[in-house]
Design a protein around this ligand. Structure first.
Ligand code: 5RP
Length: 281
């Protein structure tokens, strides 16, 4: 464990309710527990904690590493860049899951390869939009679900990094499920998806504007890195059988892939106001 100081772990175990302040300084992370005064961490600080910890705990020299996409994965990529620059990690090659992660990795001089040359990854690190108690995920809020799934399914370990707001009792109502579809006759495919037995009652909405957000922020249909469209499925009730829905979506002609990541997670690193915890599958 490179990043989270022993004192931090001990303090967390000793005092769950304690507030703490964090100071990142290069390679070291120090935490001072303030028993009396509660300091709320920003969501970005929480994301940074889990992003850094994932790299510190799971990436070793010589590995092939999958780099996720989104505001949490951003910090894992940043950390990998730091440790390569300092020489603490060597002989790493990485596979990015989106154009924007590729650009970030290039700016940090992280050596990149693709699945075409490296079909097996040692570890992949990525964020998620929702995590259920079985560690099934909804992903793709940032529009990168196809490349994320292609890369992460090839990783021996898939490490998910989230803040505690992403934890849920059941997938669905807390975050719309993204489905990547072909542009060809997309309205037909959208109707077909909405009529699937497992999707009954959902509101299927074509993503507009930027593909990296499910908030409509433009008049044009959003286009993914792969030239496809995204339909966001809004549910009012928890998805009862996520693996079944995953199968029905995958079997729908016109669907390229969907944001249900079932049975893929090795561990989830969760940052909350009480500290960091890890849930293993
Ligand atoms: C992108 C994703 C992201 O991992 C997911 O949206 C979480 O992003 P963030 O860390 O910004 O909340 O699946 O397609």
């Amino acid at each position: 464990m490179r990043f989270v100081a022993a004192a931090f772990a001990a303090a967390l175990a000793a005092q769950k309710a304690a507030a703490f302040s964090n100071v990142y300084s290069g390679r070291r992370f120090s935490t001072s527990i303030k028993m009396a005064e509660k300091t709320a961490l920003s969501q970005d600080e929480l994301k940074k904690m889990v992003g850094y910890k994932a790299v510190d705990d799971y990436v070793k020299s010589g590995m092939v590493v999958g780099l996720g996409t989104g505001s949490t994965a951003y910090f894992a990529v940043e950390r990998l860049g730091q440790l390569l620059a300092s020489g603490e990690l060597k002989d790493i090659v990485a596979i990015p899951t989106s154009v924007r992660t590729k650009e970030q990795a290039e700016s940090l001089k992280i050596p990149l390869v693709t699945l075409d040359t490296h079909s097996k990854l040692d570890v992949a690190i990525d964020g998620a939009d929702e995590v259920d108690p079985d560690l099934n995920l909804v992903k793709g809020g940032g529009g990168a679900l196809l490349r994320e799934k292609m890369v992460e399914v090839c990783a021996e370990k898939f490490i998910v990094i989230v803040d505690e707001s992403k934890l849920c009792d059941g997938l669905g109502p807390g975050f719309p499920l993204p489905v990547e579809i072909t542009p060809f006759c997309h309205e037909h495919t959208l109707r077909t998806i909405a009529a699937l037995p497992s999707c009954a009652g959902c509101d299927a909405v074509l993503r507009m504007g930027s593909s990296s957000s499910n908030k409509p922020d433009g008049d044009e249909i959003a286009i993914t890195d792969n030239g496809n469209y995204i339909v966001d499925l809004h549910f009012t009730e928890a998805i009862k059988d996520a693996p079944k829905m995953a199968m029905e979506l995958k079997n729908t002609v016109g669907v390229v892939d969907h944001g249900l990541f079932c049975g893929m997670t090795t561990a989830v690193i969760i940052a909350g106001s009480d500290g960091i915890s890890v849930k293993e599958a």
